[in-house]
Design a protein around this ligand. Structure first.
Ligand SMILES: NC(=O)c1ccc[n+]([C@@H]2O[C@H](COP(=O)([O-])OP(=O)(O)OC[C@H]3O[C@@H](n4cnc5c(N)ncnc54)[C@H](OP(=O)(O)O)[C@@H]3O)[C@@H](O)[C@H]2O)c1
Length: 314
């Protein structure tokens, strides 16, 4: 009995040491105040986006939660207002799986909000299915919808510079491949969904590189961010049998959404990182990406193809 208790105590101690030394990740230490600044967080109603929005609201920003589901978003607005003591937190409808909705959001935002200082492209999905626009849902939500959103808001960001765009990607970008002859394969089956997800996250990294080129000299900077492995609702689509294995692992070994929000917050507020515009951040530090994610010719072509897909002239 005594040896069982001792073994359990050692295991718990080992777990705590491992968690705090290797899993928890770095914290954003910046005390930047955002009073008078306006921020958009896509998918700000839950997970990493909600914790990012809460932190930025605590810094005094006016925070727009750009979300698809009114009820979930309004519950998050209520919660963030209460926790931050900031009543400048509002919901605006945005469904990134619809280019029409992205255009409507941008139109409403530009009419009703005079300023934009930080755009956080956080919303993301990893699931099957096709959108009404005819794209696979992962491609449209994770890349194309955010591409259009950013482009439509760019002039306002330039007007309010210094300003920033933060794109939440994933370390899964490393498994992504871009095949321009088949950019939008149907997302059926787990393997294909994972392929589509990795490809969309590679597009996030390449988009930020090309965006930084386009923004040179404007005082608008941009960053892509891997938030870490974070225990959020992103895995809600998993089948029940997968959850049996996955939920305990995620609970024990993944970061909390507060931890996962640290690098997006860092890239949104940390002073002095402007020289890293276009780069990829993990754990509040700039990191080199693999060669296929820093191919500027592919990044340029992706930009042009995306422009055509969303119906923007260059
Ligand atoms: N969790 C991780 O381990 C991890 C690792 C690497 C990267 N990431 C990235 O981190 C970002 C945030 O993910 P998370 O883990 O916080 O996931 P989450 O808890 O599932 O949150 C995702 C957010 O995206 C929103 N969203 C999904 N489809 C949308 C659409 N069509 N239009 C507008 N919003 C939509 C969701 O809205 P609803 O609530 O209405 O569904 C939700 O607010 C994603 O880009 C993800 O790829 C996560």
């Amino acid at each position: 009995m005594v040896s069982c208790i001792a073994a359990a105590a050692i295991l718990v101690a080992l777990y705590i040491v491992t968690y705090y030394n290797f899993l928890k990740g770095a914290r954003c230490r910046s005390d930047t105040c955002l009073r008078g600044k306006t921020v958009i967080v896509t998918g700000g109603n839950t997970g990493i986006g909600k914790q990012t929005a809460l932190d930025l609201a605590r810094r005094g920003a006016r925070v727009i939660l750009a979300c698809r589901n009114k009820e979930r978003a309004e519950a998050a607005v209520f919660d963030i207002r209460k926790k931050s003591g900031n009543n400048q937190v509002v919901f605006m409808q945005l469904d990134l799986a619809s280019l029409k909705s992205v255009r409507a959001f941008a139109e409403t935002f530009l009419k009703s909000e005079p300023q934009l200082h930080i755009l956080i492209n956080n919303a993301g999905i990893g699931s099957n299915g096709k959108t009404a626009d005819g794209f696979n849902v992962v491609w449209e939500v994770n890349h194309l919808g955010h591409f259009l959103l950013t482009r439509l808001l760019l002039d306002r960001l330039k007007l309010c510079s210094p300003s920033r765009v933060v794109v939440v990607t994933s370390a899964m970008y490393r498994y992504g491949k871009i095949d321009f002859s088949n950019l939008n394969p149907p997302g059926e089956g787990l393997i294909q969904v994972l392929r589509n997800y990795s490809c969309s996250k590679l597009c996030n990294v390449l988009f930020v590189r090309e965006l930084a080129n386009c923004l040179e000299g404007t005082n608008v900077t941009c960053y892509s961010v891997h938030p870490g492995a974070v225990n959020t609702e992103v895995f809600r689509q998993l089948k029940c049998w997968m959850k049996v294995f996955f939920v305990p692992v995620a609970t024990l070994f993944f970061q909390t959404p507060v931890d996962g929000a640290q690098t997006p917050i860092y890239c949104a507020v940390q002073e002095g990182i402007e020289k890293f515009s276009g780069r990829y951040f993990v754990d509040c530090k700039v990191r080199e990406v693999l060669p296929h994610a820093r191919d500027d010719a592919v990044a340029r072509k992706l930009w042009e193809v995306s422009e055509r897909m969303v119906g923007l002239g260059s």
